[in-house]
Design a protein. Sequence first.
Length: 350
Amino acid sequence: MLPLPRKEVLKRMREGIVIPAHPLALTAERKLDERRQRALTKYYLAAGAGGIAVAVHTTQFEIREHGLLKPVLSLASEVCRETAPDVVRIAGVCGRTPQAIQEAELAADLGYDIALVDLSALSDADDKELIDHCREVAKILPIMGFYLQQAVGGRILSRRFWYNFCEIENVVAIKIAPFNRYQTLDVLRALAETGRAEEIALYTGNDDHIVGDLTTPFEIFTARGVVKLKIVGGLLGQWAVWTRKAVELFRRIQKLMCSGDPIPQDILTIGAQLTEANHALFDPEHNFAGCIPGINEALRRAGLLSGRWCLNPRADLSPGQEAEIDRIWQAYPHLRDDEFVNEHLSEWLK
């Protein structure tokens, strides 16, 4: 018998929530900074996030090599249990099938609701092998699909794969993050053709197109007729910073999408500004090499992290990236959470 998600988890995922991709707090010695790791989780919950995603790309995949997978998953789950027990807890699950099963079992034991299945380790697998892998993980936890962009280790996933994936009974959501409009539409078309549009929630992971994804009413023409879809929420590294403002913008977009009213020009303008800010933080000019240091730098400037250190000592901002972050810091203060963080930081750090 497949494990069932909590009823409130399904409800919240289908309604749409803000899910930050949780970073990793380290000391200058590149050891886990438990105090600031907890503070980050508290920040996201206080900011109004409806879920958190841990052990994902933004958390640094290297946590597995450094024996930090269980401690990091445990810390976030403990804070959620103490502070916001209804928040949706999502654990990234990586590796080939034996490793993925082991990680899913750990996440289930620690109280996580959903496994986000990363397929980057199966770069040589065909569609059948990929689906078999996902089915095995889905026996342990409900799963969320993940179309990860190639620049950070993802692979091309065919529309046929997504069709078969959507037919897996225990799929509850898909994070669409290929940073590619064609591939994004492949996922939507596959879901529309399976007839499970009411059951599987779509989430944007396209940090370069957040507002566009959330404000587009999609109409997919299928043999069954026109299927209307919308991307109901986001699981984003960009939402690991300035989360309070992200929640405010998201709630405004939600109301507009429910009402059917036209999207105001200022929301589209903010969308373009967010993309420009994301360009500075994610470093696409250097194939996203500075993505995680860029997120950490934004959190350092906010006072939430002590530094932008990564487990890989060679990982740091790319040439020119710090100047770009300086520029967007001056240009778009209205995107940031400075006042909110300053008001509560000492409380979160206790």
